[in-house]
Design a protein around this ligand. Structure first.
Ligand SMILES: [Mg+2]
Length: 358
């Protein structure tokens, strides 16, 4: 297994190189869903061909999602609608993570209050628990996951149960939930309502806790995992914390500028515009000295930091929003991360950049 640098050490956290396609050197992909495999109700270009192609090359798939409301069958159906082969057994949701986390503390057979929907209920039953929706059944635990049916009455049942000594487990702590109208309340905000009354912090699963990746890997089998995601602060932080290499794709939330400015705790190991990153090699970034200046080179693209700005060889200083090629993006990231790690407090001015799909 490849491990990442530990916080507080001087080890550098940079991009990795892969001379073979990632699907041949990693035996299991821990794939995020929204922003990676599909975008809400829209397809993402190359997602289906890449996932199906990686599977054909022998890579196992585990679809790891913070969505606690959908059942594994519902997730597999949505993936099928997007042309991606998947079985329910390959889905690992935050609801399942919450149930697996609970199993480390409360034996199977116990009664658990469900503050959530079918996803949480099914995950708990699969783990061997009895489920209830009332504190009057003296549940041993409360498992709370997002569902549109969670209301004041059910949140109050959670408070009654926890006040009687039940263990509080949250499937995930996302404060917001993206919707077509903007951000709505996520599970973490509803958990915060309960915590405001109990004063007791819950055990929490879901990304970015590393446990969800570790438990998903244990479920999937395999020994050389690759985490794949679109959000630095959940998918990639979780990967770093778990010690798994991460592939970042630009089809979701975090943009190229975010990656260029990423701190060590959230940096991906591999970069691509989309899931073709699974089925392609990744060229090595390396430093080159030219007339006394240090540049970072990936394939034929060279970048460096000069005067708090990024410079791309042949294009000059990047001062305005624009578009760059994939290997130029990788070179810019290598240069920016090296700059951040070797200078203290020098901020970097970076415009919004689009990365041209190869
Ligand atoms: Mg996502």
């Amino acid at each position: 297994m490849i491990t990442s640098a530990q916080p507080g050490t001087q080890e550098r956290v940079g991009l990795l190189a892969a001379t073979e396609p990632l699907c041949e050197i990693h035996d299991v992909a821990l794939l995020d869903l929204d922003g990676v495999c599909f975008a809400g109700n829209a397809r993402i270009a190359h997602a289906a061909d890449s996932v199906n192609g990686a599977r054909s090359a022998g890579m196992r798939m585990s679809f790891v999602t913070n969505n606690a409301s959908r059942t594994p069958q519902a997730v597999a159906d949505k993936l099928a609608d997007n042309g991606i082969q998947a079985s329910p057994a390959e889905v690992f949701s935050a609801a399942m993570d919450g149930a697996a986390l609970l199993a480390e503390h409360v034996p199977a057979g116990a009664t658990v209050l469900v503050v959530g929907g079918d996803g949480v209920r099914e995950a708990l039953i699969d783990q061997g628990y009895q489920v209830t929706d009332t504190a009057e059944h003296r549940p041993a635990a409360v498992v709370q996951g997002w569902d549109p049916g969670v209301d004041w009455a059910l949140l109050s049942e959670a408070l009654y149960a926890i006040s009687q000594g039940a263990l509080h487990v949250a499937t995930n702590l996302d404060s917001t939930l993206p919707t077509e109208r903007g951000f709505a309340l996520g599970n973490g905000s509803l958990v915060a309502a309960v915590v405001n009354a109990t004063g007791v912090q819950p055990l929490a699963g879901g990304k970015p806790t590393p446990g969800i990746y570790q438990r998903a890997l244990a479920r999937a089998g395999g020994s050389r995992p690759l985490a794949v995601g679109d959000r630095l602060n959940t998918d990639l932080v979780g990967a770093r914390t778990a010690g798994f290499p991460g592939l970042h794709v630009l089809t979701g939330v975090s943009r190229a500028r975010d990656v260029i400015l990423a701190g060590p705790h959230e940096r991906p190991s591999y970069l691509h515009t989309d899931l073709r990153g699974l089925t392609e090699p990744h060229p090595a970034p390396h430093a080159v000295e030219i007339e006394g200046a240090t540049w970072w080179q990936v394939s034929q693209q060279r970048a460096r930091v000069v005067g708090g700005r990024l410079e791309l060889d042949g294009s000059g200083l990047l001062t305005e929003p624009g578009a760059v090629r994939l290997d130029a993006y990788r070179a810019l990231v290598a240069a920016a991360w090296d700059h951040a790690d070797t200078t203290s407090g020098d901020s970097l001015q970076v415009p919004e950049l689009d990365v041209l799909a190869p």
